[in-house]
Design a protein around this ligand. Structure first.
Ligand SMILES: Cc1cc2nc3c(=O)[nH]c(=O)nc-3n(C[C@H](O)[C@H](O)[C@H](O)COP(=O)(O)OP(=O)(O)OC[C@H]3O[C@@H](n4cnc5c(N)ncnc54)[C@H](O)[C@@H]3O)c2cc1C
Length: 439
């Protein structure tokens, strides 16, 4: 017997996973997606866009029973590969031996999640764009004239959520959005004529250049998807590169070792869209029998590789709360939003900060020295000193706890790094004393 009827808006990454978890709990689930079914259109089209999937996301996929299937189509990236202006390479491991993040195709992962949802018995209705919501009856109204009522309605409909827009029109709903001054553009680095990767596939490649950066993640077809994060306006910006010659000259001086592997650079730069980057914060996430989840509740900039992971973790926490409360109910939804809101805020802040780290600090000597000292501290005191990146990427620490611990550790590190001669003497540090100062 069904435990109740659920509508979910958005068959994206988070909506599809939530649908599987709710169906497994005995609910009747209908997933509404504004787009057509990309699986029937012959897949996701020519462009391959990938994401970094890490511990939190994998844990939620495991709960849905699909972790292994998905990991088979991932490429492990145990570290970042820094490219300097001369094309010299520096590999920096992300964590301990055996720890890595995973490059996965966004379209492939999404299609797999939708297929899995259907296999579990979820009904998916494509070409259904929600335009209005009636809170009293948890009814979604669609642009094709259909409407659907349910016991509960979830908005997993992304950064520009229709459910959230409806909530915004209600009393005492807090909302803020902020665009950063940089946007992004995806570029393709195809496989070599011999059919190989053009660069080492075992890394997330970064060309840090101060105010901007280029990154690249490997794909299963041996190509890389590169993303240029770049100011919209200013002296060096999307605005200032006006012709194919401008682009070529700029790339040749700024990313010289990437250029030979970007044969379609001049075309793609002008043909591919330039997209913006937004942070959205709002509260409450729950109104009557409706709730927000994933980007709809907390859209963040992509610099910690955590947006999807955070949305998947929302689903994991939601599932745990269903266990605790026996079913979805008002008390359970209240606990969900109280638990996840501080974590959504924390990862939003961390992601904004990490833009500075990725585009600037990873090439800095002090940053590298800090990494070395923190690695040693973590080896000696694994439970007491965990580098911030590891807490966020390879652990279950709540994001809000990770940021609090990370700030404390950073204050200690700032003091240690300011000590005279630290560059030469760091191995002689009293590591026990440093850890003690955490208390
Ligand atoms: C450049 C870039 C790189 C990123 N890299 C990473 C990364 O490496 N790792 C990571 O964890 N995260 C990354 N992210 C973030 C990640 O993409 C998002 O956090 C994730 O897609 C959120 O999933 P979601 O299901 O909540 O929203 P979405 O993926 O946006 O899905 C929302 C779905 O709802 C549908 N929809 C929208 N409106 C309606 C409506 N009105 N009615 C019906 N359906 C609707 C949409 O068509 C879509 O299918 C990146 C983001 C960007 C922009």
């Amino acid at each position: 017997m069904s435990k109740g009827k659920i509508s979910i808006l958005g068959a994206g990454l988070v909506g599809s996973l939530l649908a599987i978890l709710l169906k497994k709990r005995g609910y009747e689930v209908v997933l509404f997606e504004r787009r057509p079914d990309t699986r029937k259109l012959g897949g996701i089209g020519g462009r391959s866009i990938n994401l970094a999937l890490s511990h939190r996301g994998l844990k939620a996929l495991e709960l849905a029973g699909i972790k292994d299937t998905i990991q088979r189509s991932c490429i492990p990236m145990p570290g970042r590969m820094i490219h300097d202006l001369e094309g010299n390479l520096d590999f920096q491991p992300y964590g301990k031996e055996g720890q890595f993040i995973n490059s996965v195709s966004r379209g492939g992962l999404n299609e797999l999640l939708i297929s899995q949802a259907e296999e579990h018995g979820v009904e998916v209705r494509f070409d259904h764009r929600c335009t209005e919501v009636n809170f009293g009856t948890a009814t979604a109204i669609f642009d094709n004239g259909n409407s659907e009522s349910a016991d509960y309605l979830f908005g997993a409909d992304g950064a520009f959520s229709a459910l959230r827009s409806a909530m915004q029109k209600t009393d005492r709903f807090d909302y803020s959005q902020m665009y950063i001054s940089a946007g992004y553009k995806e570029l393709t680095m195809p496989a070599t004529p011999e059919g190989d990767f053009a660069m080492d596939p075992g890394a997330l490649h970064i060309w840090p250049r101060g105010e901007f950066m280029l990154i690249a993640l490997p794909n299963l077809n041996k190509s890389f998807t590169c993303t240029l994060f770049f100011p919209f306006e200013g002296k060096i910006s999307f605005d200032s590169l006006k012709t194919p010659e401008d682009v070529e000259a700029f790339f040749k001086t700024t990313f010289p070792d990437a250029v030979p592997h970007l044969p379609q650079l001049k075309e793609e730069f002008f043909e591919n869209p330039t997209s913006s980057l937004i942070t959205v914060r709002c509260y409450p996430w729950v109104k009557e029998n409706t709730a927000l989840i994933g980007d709809a509740a907390h859209a963040i900039v992509p610099f910690y590789g955590q947006g999807m992971n955070a949305g998947f973790e929302d689903c994991y926490v939601f599932d745990q709360l269903m266990d605790k409360h026996g079913s979805i109910n008002a008390k359970m939804l209240e606990e969900y939003q109280q638990l996840r809101k501080p974590d959504g805020d924390a990862i939003a802040d961390l992601a904004l900060y990490n833009f500075i780290e990725m585009r600037d600090k990873v090439a800095d000597d002090k940053f590298l020295l800090q990494k070395k000292i923190e690695k040693k501290l973590n080896e000696l005191y694994p439970d007491q000193w965990v580098p911030l990146y590891s807490m966020v990427t390879f652990s279950d620490y709540r994001y809000s706890e990770a940021i609090a611990r990370g700030n404390k550790q950073q204050a200690i590190m700032d003091e240690v790094l300011s000590r005279p001669g630290i560059e030469e003497n760091w191995e002689g540090l009293d590591f026990g004393e440093i850890v003690k100062s955490l208390k």
